[in-house]
Design a protein around this ligand. Structure first.
Ligand code: C5P
Length: 467
């Protein structure tokens, strides 16, 4: 059997369009390589390659992946692709074109994805439940695999005459295509021009791979293998916007003890803060998350510190703030705490119970007032006059940026979706209603933009510090 050096597999496992510069690592001279086999060929991978690939896999955990399947013989591979995406924790929904259904049944993909498969643009029921706009909004990324030459041409034209093309047109999340076709069709100038146009619009193109084709010819046009596509899709969520930065995030509520069994708290679920921490990791930062009591899994590659009260949270933040470039305070810190915490469970007495409360320290304002303060970002949950109150809050806490959101009436706390109005010195931006994961990614991109513009200090870190 043939043996191939790591450079060859790198270029195939991580397609150029999806890879970050971190993939260009140096092969260790000490020979610590691991052999893996695929398609009867042995490849040698360094431990750092294996680690990188496993990190990328974690990236898919909880992501909403919309898979578009078009009508080519390679459509059968979408079954295995869905299986692998789900095994990485992704939530998968499938849209099939009419052509795709001639190659593989919706029932198969429904069983594998665990969700009904979407096929029709003008289906009353589908439109009411999850129509093209809802599907486009649901997606954290849209992958069209396989993408036929015809679908690529229609995508290039911006057509919207079937469900998949309409979803692709409406989709604001990253879109990727994995072409699969005869090599002459791939090499035809019409397809080449279409691909160039799609790339220039920011659409990612995964593959195709060279090799034997179903038509008996040999050349470029094979769909990438499912594991290669999974790696490439994971790469969509990785940016380098905060590469080498350290980010400290607070999240969740705090609990202020009244006695050993009772406390004051609020409805914060911690989801927004956890999504911000995850987005910062995906942007290449080393992230420490100081979290109040929540029932959420720690995002991959985030170092989490659990705290209970505002005083605990302040201590945890102040111990670490000197090492961070950016501090993002998402926690809903209780403003007040009981002046005294009873050492035993308070007994019910007739009449009223009066609690005297004292102010908790303002963690964010305290960090912003430090001599070498990091770039500070706060949140403002408001029930009315959202932007005006947020502007005033940004000024009073002397922070760099504030993200304001409307709360109450099912919005903000404990809701799936959120919308933010982000304000900084000299600028404002609306981030419209979206899932918290998507919104967090947009917010982190904005923070990175403002942080990098502000010419802040850079603290370099080692990847091993961040886990
Ligand atoms: O003043 P307000 O509670 O509305 O401010 C909200 C912002 O300040 C959030 O970013 C929150 O995490 C932060 N905060 C804090 N410490 C407090 C109160 C709020 O860090 N004690």
């Amino acid at each position: 059997m043939s043996e191939t050096r790591v450079d060859a597999v790198r270029s195939r496992v991580v397609p150029a369009c999806a890879c970050s510069t971190r993939n260009q690592g140096v092969i260790p001279a000490n020979g610590e390589m691991t052999r893996i086999s695929r398609r009867g060929i042995h490849f040698w991978l360094s431990m750092s390659d294996l680690l990188l690939n496993s990190c990328r896999m974690n990236t898919l955990n909880g992501k909403h992946l919309l898979l578009g399947v078009t009508g080519g013989i390679a459509a059968y591979k979408s079954a295995e692709l869905i299986r692998q995406l789900r095994s990485q924790g992704a939530l998968v929904r499938v849209v099939m074109t009419a052509g795709a259904q001639a190659f593989i049944t919706p029932l198969t993909l429904q069983a594998l994805s665990g969700n009904p498969v979407h096929t029709g643009l003008l289906d009353d029921q589908a439109e009411a439940a999850m129509g093209h706009i809802t599907l486009a909004r649901w997606a954290d990324a849209l992958l069209i695999a396989p993408a036929t030459a015809d679908f690529i041409a229609r995508l290039t034209q911006g057509r919207a005459d079937d469900l998949l093309s309409a979803v692709a047109l409406a989709c604001e999340a990253p879109v990727a295509i994995a072409p699969a076709m005869n090599r002459a069709m791939w090499e035809n100038p019409a397809t080449r021009l279409n691909i160039t146009a799609l790339r220039s619009r920011g659409i990612h193109v995964f593959g195709p791979a060279p090799g034997e084709q179903a038509c008996g010819e040999t050349g470029p046009g094979r769909l990438l293998e499912p594991d290669e596509l999974v790696t490439a899709v994971a790469g969509l969520f990785e940016t380098l916007a905060l590469s080498g930065r350290r980010v400290l995030v607070t999240a969740g509520p705090t609990r202020e003890a009244i006695d050993p069994v009772r406390y004051l708290s609020n409805h914060s679920s911690g989801r927004m803060g956890f999504a911000v921490a995850q987005a910062a990791v995906e942007a290449g930062a080393g992230v420490v998350l100081v979290s109040g009591p929540v029932s959420l899994e720690t995002p991959p590659r985030v170092k989490r510190i659990d705290v209970v009260s505002a005083a605990d949270m302040q201590r945890a933040v102040l111990e670490r703030v000197a090492d961070c470039d950016i501090f993002i305070a998402v926690a809903a810190v209780a403003d007040y705490r009981p002046e005294q915490t009873a050492g035993h469970k308070l007994k019910k007495t007739a009449g009223q119970l009066t609690l005297t409360l004292e102010c908790n320290p303002d963690i964010l304002a305290g960090v912003a007032a430090l001599p070498n303060a990091p770039f500070t970002v706060g949140f403002a949950a408001e029930t009315e006059a959202v932007a005006d109150n947020a502007r005033a809050k940004r000024a009073s806490k002397a922070i760099d940026m504030i993200a304001a959101n409307q709360v109450g009436a099912g919005r903000g706390f404990d809701a799936e979706d959120n919308a933010l109005h982000v304000i900084w010195a000299g600028g404002e931006r609306e981030l419209p209603l979206a899932g918290k994961t998507k919104l967090a990614r947009q917010l982190v991109a904005l923070i990175a933009e403002r942080f990098n513009d502000s010419g802040n200090k850079v603290i370099r870190f080692n990847a091993k510090d961040s886990a």
